[in-house]
Write a protein of this length. Sequence first.
Length: 163
Amino acid sequence: MISKEMTKRLNQQITLEMYSSNIYLAMSGWCAYNGLNGSASFLKNHSKEELSHAYKLFDYISETGGLAEVDTIEKPNNSFKSLHEVFEATYKHELIVSKSIFELVDFALNEKDYSTFNFLQWYISEQHEEEKLFKEILDKFEIIKTDGRGLFMIDREIGQLAN
C-alpha cells in the first residue's frame, strides 16, 4: 500500500504523461499539415509511447491499493514556426518530465517507499533515453541545417527513427 500523498503525486505524473502524449500528437498533426511526414510518423509513435507511460503508472497505483485518477489535460500548442522549433519544444518538455520523475524518486526515498522507488527506476532510464534521443535530433539540425534539401533530409532521418 502506498501513501495517499504518493498516490496523489503519481496521479499527477499520469496527467503529465498524458499531456506529453497530447503534445506529441499535436506536433505530429502540425508536421503532417506541413508535409513533414517522417516527423509526423515519428511524433505520432512517440505520442503512443507516452500514453503507455501513463498506463504503466495507472496500473501501478491500482496494484498497490491506490485510486488511479486522471485529471484535466491542458490543450497543447499546435502552432510552430519550424520543425526545429518543434524539436526544441520536445527536448525542453522532456527535461520537465525528467525533473518530475526525479522529484517522485526523491519523495519515495524520503517516505522509505522502496517499492515505488524501485518501480520508478524504469522511468529514470526511460527519461535518460528520451533526453538523449531528442538531443540527438537537435544535433542533426545543427549538422544538416534546414536550408535547401536539409529539411527534407532531416525529416527523412527522423522518419527512420519511427520504424
